[in-house]
Design a protein around this ligand. Sequence first.
Ligand SMILES: Nc1ncnc2c1ncn2[C@@H]1O[C@H](COP(=O)(O)OP(=O)(O)O)[C@@H](O)[C@H]1O
Ligand SMILES: [Mg+2]
Length: 332
Amino acid sequence: MSMDTSSMNGKLLKVEDLRVWFELRRWGFGRAGYVRAVDGVNFTLEAGEAIGIVGESGCGKTTLMKTILGLNTPTDGSIWFQGQDLSDKGRRETRDYRAMVGFVQQDPYGALAPFMNVNRTLEEPLIVNGVRDRNVRKQRIHDVMKEVKMEPVEEFLPKFPHMLSGGQQQRIVIARSMILEPKLIVADEPVSMLDASVRVEILKLLRGLQDSHHLAVIYVTHDLSTVRYFSERIFVMYAAKLVEKATVDELLNNFMHPYTEALLAATSDPDAENALIMKDVPPGEPPSLIEPPPGCRFHPRCPKLIEGLCEVKEPPDFEPVPGHQVACWLYQ
Ligand SMILES: Nc1ncnc2c1ncn2[C@@H]1O[C@H](COP(=O)(O)OP(=O)(O)O)[C@@H](O)[C@H]1O
Ligand SMILES: [Mg+2]
């Protein structure tokens, strides 16, 4: 297995020029093509760090997350976790990797097997990962149930998913994602299907777990109003690419990409709580991921288009402020 300890200093995860293309089915004599769901994504994540990924529906967020989880195979590029290249992994190492990365999906009910009660849902990963001692498993299940505040524990263990509320189901999904003491949790729109009344609680729970376990978390959302409470950095995704990456403060106060600007509307409200609201998505259609626009993918919708450049040449990442990257020719 190849190691890359030199450039991984302190980094938990490194995603390098990642591409995930899905082949289209060819009907009749039509030309076969690809959906370029992830198309050249780069970022690193430190141990214990929380990042938020925001972007419109269909821009490739879930595909990116599933690929990081090892559920999709990259078409190109690489993913390094603790200095190891995931593409080199054998079956056993893949299982070990899955144990280090937890997944919290959008739809908790869909994520839970309807015929498995809470106890079995939480016990199964322990069994699969070789925790042979029954008492050890029992203790671990108890601990994790307490952490997700599903108490009294004994009352919930025999319950099946349909007997739980949406919020409780998501707590069980979070418990399951935590049961093997992972280093990273991928939470893909974890509250978007829950009642507004329980969303904040669930986000607070995730944030609390992140702090107390020094967990890295990737929080995927299309809701910018929650991401800033949750993460240290924000990545903005547009048409299968990360177009802007910065700390939360930088992104709020010094956003650069015209797409980010269109997503954010700074209000004159001095109350920081309302400093950001999600505006309507900028006019124009989100681009096709089958035949993305040439040059910058945002150029057909961009109010700041530089003619002769933006529609011709794809912008690389520029870094006008240290740690703040933006893929836009305005900052060359
Ligand atoms: N397994 C798949 N096969 C073919 N196309 C897919 C597959 N998964 C996702 N896609 C396509 O990839 C694009 C990105 O989807 P997705 O990653 O779900 O975006 P998001 O999570 O941002 O809404 C969409 O056009 C979607 O239809
Ligand atoms: Mg999605």
